[in-house]
Design a binder for this molecule. Structure first.
Ligand code: FAD
Length: 511
């Protein structure tokens, strides 16, 4: 009892000391925005992964880049404070957290930029680093009939958050990741300097922050390429029992010229069973459609594969033209005949499809459960091995959520950015998007993720983690490989005291 009381007194002392720290920082900062400490910082110690929680000293809601620069400069005058930009907190492993540091809520700046213009006849939009992609989409489509070209599957993510990683989805094979679709950024560096950068101006910073895991600067504005938005999308799912046929068709589609392919190509693995989440019922696009397993060949194994495709069209296109073109494209594919699902939805509805899934998951109370997700880029040369060991054996019964797999092309990525990729031209994104109830199983699933990564290392696979997270510098060095020196040099140049994004656990704060 006495020990317990002692701790409370001690904690109260510590709390009031922290409050003093916060109020002195707050006074010296003279922010236009606000600063919050104590229990109101709860948001900053949580993320979508639900695996980590560390408390910051304070949560700052800046009004713009000047406030952010002041915060970073104030941190640099201390011996220990770090600063983490928090986009929408959809990281898995605490990447947007700062234990005992300052977390900047980028959402408070989401309205700061929204300017449309043309350069040499091509349309662009300037948006805030803290803007959500779903808002960029709906505003661009409704105001201008235009939209960004490259997306993520889920759009309640911030522009700065995805650009700090890459931003990939079914359009990446054609347009490259989101990092290939921005031409200019405003960045607050780790020295607290507000810098405009692009391919031709401060290019080292520009390419550094793209895929830079928040290590070199905080993106406060991004200039994004736009294209005319189609009105409608024909959304199709076809099924394969053989991995080799699935990959042959997926690779065929992503290497055709634009008029000879779909506008979106993704795929997923599902278990050959009636499991409502991991099996056949996860494939139809409409609850009224039914998956008939009688059509699946007897020779099929424990898992099946689904190719997900989308074809853009306009309301003014003749329905028969759309039908003819889609049939012509499908005719060249070797999916299991008669197992095909399709729906016609508006372009915005298609891009917001995961929001519908989020609403359902929230209603079923599984959206807020822990998510020990694993995302990898695996080279085409190793994907058959990966399928044999991981999909057909280790996770053959599913992961309680989607298991995505689809090909991307290295030539659509700019190797001056900080993203680490496998060597081969064709590589697959593999995403094990686990939804698990709280409890001991979480640790087991984290352990299974480690087992998969360790197997990839041991077998010498040409692979990289996407949305990487490692604990030791050695692991980070291996991750970046021959790009490590460049990454370290960029850090020394733009954030020499290692103030930014401490939750990535790459560098330690220095004095
Ligand atoms: P946060 O989690 O808040 O931050 C991520 C990192 O970026 C942190 O280190 C943070 O400090 C830093 N950061 C945040 N904002 C800035 C900024 N303005 N400037 C500099 N650094 C910043 N990814 C894909 O590529 N494709 C997908 O289809 C996809 N789907 C997803 C679906 C769901 C449901 C979820 C939860 C995630 C998905 N992701 C996907 C992953 C997602 O892109 C990353 O987790 C991304 O970091 C989340 O963005 P956020 O705004 O929540 O960033």
């Amino acid at each position: 009892m006495i020990a317990c009381l002692g701790r409370i007194v001690h904690d109260n002392d510590a709390e009031s000391k922290l409050d003093d720290d916060v109020s002195s920082i707050s006074k010296s900062l003279d922010l236009q925005g606000s600063i919050e400490s104590g229990c109101v910082t709860g948001l900053a110690s949580k993320d979508f992964g639900g695996l980590y929680s560390v408390k910051p000293l304070a949560l700052i809601k800046p009004s713009g880049a000047e406030d952010i620069a002041r915060v970073v400069k104030a941190a640099s005058r201390t011996s220990h404070l770090t600063v983490a930009a928090r986009g929408n907190g959809h990281s898995i492993n605490g990447q947007a957290m700062a234990g005992g540091g300052l977390v900047i809520d980028m959402r408070s700046t989401e309205e700061n930029h929204f300017k449309f213009f043309k350069i040499n006849g091509s349309p662009y939009i300037d948006v805030s680093g803290g803007a959500l992609w779903e808002d960029v989409l709906t505003r661009c489509v409704s105001l201008f009939g235009l939209a960004p070209r490259s997306w993520t599957d889920y759009l309640s993510l911030t522009v700065g958050g995805t650009l700090s990683n890459a931003g990939v989805s079914g359009q990446t094979f054609r347009h490259g990741p989101q990092t290939s679709n921005v031409t200019e950024l405003d960045v607050v560096t780790g020295k607290g300097e507000i810098t405009v950068c692009s391919e031709s101006q401060n290019s080292e910073l520009f390419f550094g922050v793209l895929g830079g895991l928040g290590q070199f600067g905080i993106i406060t504005r991004a200039r994004i390429k736009l294209q005319p938005a189609p009105d409608m999308v024909r959304w199709i799912r076809v099924v394969y029992s053989e991995f080799e046929e699935f990959t042959r068709d997926a690779e065929f589609l992503v290497t055709q010229k634009e008029s000879e392919s779909f506008d979106y190509v993704e795929g997923f693995v599902f278990s050959n069973s009636d499991d409502p989440i991991n099996g056949w019922p996860s494939v139809p696009l409409d609850p009224d459609h039914e998956f008939n397993p009688a059509h699946i060949p007897q020779t099929a194994g424990s898992v099946l594969y689904c190719l997900e495709l989308a074809f853009h069209y306009r309301n003014s296109d003749y329905p028969s033209t759309v039908d003819t073109t889609v049939s012509r494209l499908l005719r060249r594919l070797a999916f299991v005949g008669r197992v095909k699902f399709q729906a016609d939805v508006s372009y915005v509805e298609f891009l917001l499809r995961v929001k519908r899934a989020e609403e359902q998951a929230k209603a079923n109370c599984i959206w807020d459960s822990p998510h020990p997700w694993l995302n990898l880029f695996v080279s085409k040369s190793d994907i058959v091995d990966f399928d044999r060991t991981v999909f057909k054996r280790m996770v053959k019964n599913g992961v309680g959520g989607p298991m995505l797999i689809y090909p991307l092309l290295r030539s659509k990525w700019d190797n001056r950015t900080s993203v680490a990729l496998p060597e081969g031209e064709i590589f697959y994104i593999v995403a094990l998007l686990r939804f698990v109830p709280k409890g001991p199983s979480v640790e087991k699933l984290v352990a299974q993720n480690h087992e998969i990564v360790n197997w990839c290392i041991k077998e010498g696979l040409d692979f990289k983690l996407y949305l990487p997270h490692y604990q030791s510098k050695e692991d980070w060095k291996r991750h970046f490989g021959n790009q490590w020196t460049r990454f370290v040099e960029r850090k020394a140049c733009f954030d020499p005291m290692a103030i930014l994004a401490p939750g990535q656990k790459i560098f330690k704060r220095t004095h």
